[in-house]
Design a protein around this ligand. Structure first.
Ligand code: GCB
Length: 589
């Protein structure tokens, strides 16, 4: 089934059609019915649900009828939320699981409705009133289906099969250093819009200009030459756009704006209105570019004082999804002295990006093209492209995002380079205003000199390196003798370095798994980094300990990656203060 879907995707991609409807922009700015809450579920380990037509939610009509399943009697789970953390027996479960939600709705004549999923990991098949709406692959990006005319007046039945089995041809593939949290991990909502509505829009500063905004508005369901008004009241800006025969209007206008930055995270209310629809958003405006080895924000060089973050909830070991989760994680980043976060290794919740933006944190956003995936497989490329498109479609108005990362630690081979070049081209086409990057980990060597010479360096705007001197190779002191050279005159960021230590485990600085070892490694790394002239920033690995089934050392790891500067209970380790001090110094220069 999955393989067939993969190939179907390739074909659909080639003809420019997808199984699901184009994504609705700015879901928070729409009239929605939140379907969060308690859903009935059936765990379907042997995958019999499709054959037994679980999507019909059948109940025996008389005592003689055979029905071998029951949503009503099989238990419940919360949505949003991964299943692994909600029931002990599901901690390591990977497989299909069926969700059911019955909701009451009264469709209004002349309106259109969509069912919108913030994310479902990994593969979802969606049924409304026993009819299949479509499928979606990719665990961290949103998707929606139009359901106009399919909703009943009164009770409606929504059934979703979510299958999180890992596979060789998926993105990511079989092996990751994080928990494969399955389920409806983000909100499910029913969205109502008018017949002709504003599908999406892109409103940002024009590339290279701090005085002009440029972008497009896409209407859905209109005849050619419709009008859309674009307003930024606070900036006293108001213009009327006229769409072409595809419902699209592009624009470029001068406007005087106060620019968004970590020191001034200024957001403007932006209002788009068409004859039948109106959407409000909060948008920031800033420029981002590179000059030689510098990253320039609003025309001035900036050093990215960052930290890498996984989307894992503090205190409860689960996929994060709430505002409290966002505020805890980003609050710690602020306390460290960060002006930037690397949201690894997949697109995080939209609310996380919006919160970072409000707090003045720049963002690196990434798709899970991670370690080794099936580089030769066109279906895998189609899935990666789809995830990239959905990520950019969701977040293209977020000023905080400055970097789109297309990969993490991928091998140096020609098939991989072709694959990543295709993704790089997509980024350039979809959003030319931001910078392109990828975390690389293969370097050349000449004595004590490390050479950043992965041919992928040619493709990206910002060179990023994951490097583990003193942890996966050599001793922490080796950093003292290591120099770095790049093959391109481009900014270099260290996207990862780090060491593991459970909070409260102490010993000699030379003893692994102790806070002292971790802190010592940070001292050596930071001393090395200070000596690199092209260094434009860093995001050490990682803010908080996180669950990972590949970290098996009992009493030390217990299925957690312990490279956090904080424990998963929010306790600060010694290395936290070392990095904090370094960032304080950097900020005062
Ligand atoms: C890496 C990966 C990251 C791992 C980390 C580690 O290079 O990018 O996902 O968790 O190393 O701890 O090994």
């Amino acid at each position: 089934m999955k393989r067939i879907l993969g190939w179907t995707l390739v074909v659909l991609w080639a003809v420019g059609v997808y199984s699901q409807t184009e994504l609705l922009g700015n879901i928070a700015g729409r009239k929605i019915m939140d379907l969060s809450g308690t859903w009935n579920v059936i765990i379907d380990a042997y995958h019999v649900g499709e054959r037994n037509r679980f999507f019909e939610d059948r109940k025996p009509k008389d005592p003689s009828e055979l029905v071998e399943y029951s949503f009503d009697r099989s238990g419940t789970l919360k949505v949003p939320g991964d299943w692994n953390s909600q029931r002990e027996s599901l901690l390591l479960y990977e497989g299909p699981l069926w969700y059911r939600r019955v909701f009451s709705y009264h469709p209004v004549d002349g309106k259109r409705q969509f069912v919108y999923f913030g994310a479902a990991n990994y593969h979802a098949t969606v049924y409304l009133n026993s009819e299949e709406l479509g499928e979606h692959s990719g665990g961290y990006t949103p998707f929606n289906f139009e359901v106009t005319g399919k909703l009943r007046d009164g009770e409606n039945l929504l059934v979703v099969e979510v299958d999180d089995r890992r596979s060789r041809d998926a993105v990511p593939a079989l092996n990751t250093d994080w928990w494969n949290y399955g389920g409806l991990t983000r909100e499910v909502t029913l969205v109502e819009v008018s017949q002709a509505f504003i599908q999406d829009y892109f409103v940002q500063l024009a590339k290279g200009s701090a005085r002009e905004i440029a972008g497009w508005v896409q209407l859905n369901g209109v005849a050619a030459k419709s009008q859309v008004q674009l307003e930024i009241p606070e900036a006293k800006f108001r213009e009327t756009l006229t769409t072409d025969e595809h419902g699209r209007a592009t624009f470029r206008f001068p406007v005087k704006l106060s620019l968004w930055s970590p020191e001034n995270p200024k957001l403007y209310e932006v209002i788009l209105s068409s004859s039948q629809d109106s959407v409000k958003d909060e948008i920031g405006f800033r420029t981002i570019e590179t000059r030689g080895s510098k990253i320039l924000l609003n025309g001035k060089p900036i050093f990215l004082r960052g930290i890498s973050i996984h989307e894992e909830a503090p205190y409860r070991g689960a996929r994060a999804f709430s505002h409290e989760d966002d505020r805890s994680l980003l609050g710690w980043a602020k306390e460290l002295g960060c002006n930037y976060v690397r949201l690894a290794h997949y697109p995080h919740h939209e609310s996380m990006v919006r919160e970072a933006e409000r707090m003045g944190l720049l963002v690196w956003s990434e798709i899970p093209v991670y370690w080794d995936i099936d580089w030769q497989n066109p279906a895998t490329l189609a899935e990666a492209r789809q995830q990239l498109h959905e990520e950019i479609a969701r977040d293209h108005n977020r000023a905080a995002i400055i970097l789109w990362s297309i990969a993490n630690e991928t091998p140096m081979d020609p098939a991989r380079l072709q694959f990543l070049k295709a993704l790089g081209n997509d980024v350039r086409e979809l959003d030319s205003t931001r910078l392109l990057t990828a975390a690389m980990n293969r370097t050349g060597r000449e004595g004590n000199v490390r050479l950043v010479n992965d041919p992928l360096g040619e493709v990206v705007d910002v060179l990023a390196v994951n490097e583990y001197i003193g942890w996966y190779e050599g001793r922490p002191e080796d950093a003292d003798r290591t120099e770095w050279k790049t093959s391109w005159d481009k900014p270099l960021v260290f996207s990862e370095f780090g060491a593991g230590a459970p909070y409260g485990r102490h010993g000699d600085v030379g003893e692994r798994w102790t806070e002292e070892y971790q802190a010592g490694l940070y001292e050596h790394q930071l001393a090395m980094l200070r000596r690199i002239p092209s260094l434009a920033g860093m995001s050490p690995w990682v803010l908080m300990d996180f669950r990972s089934p590949v970290r098996l050392l009992p009493g030390v790891q217990d299925m957690r990656n312990r490279k956090g500067l904080l424990s998963d209970q929010g306790q600060r380790k010694q290395a936290f203060y070392i990095l904090q001090k370094f960032y304080q110094e950097m900020a005062s220069h």
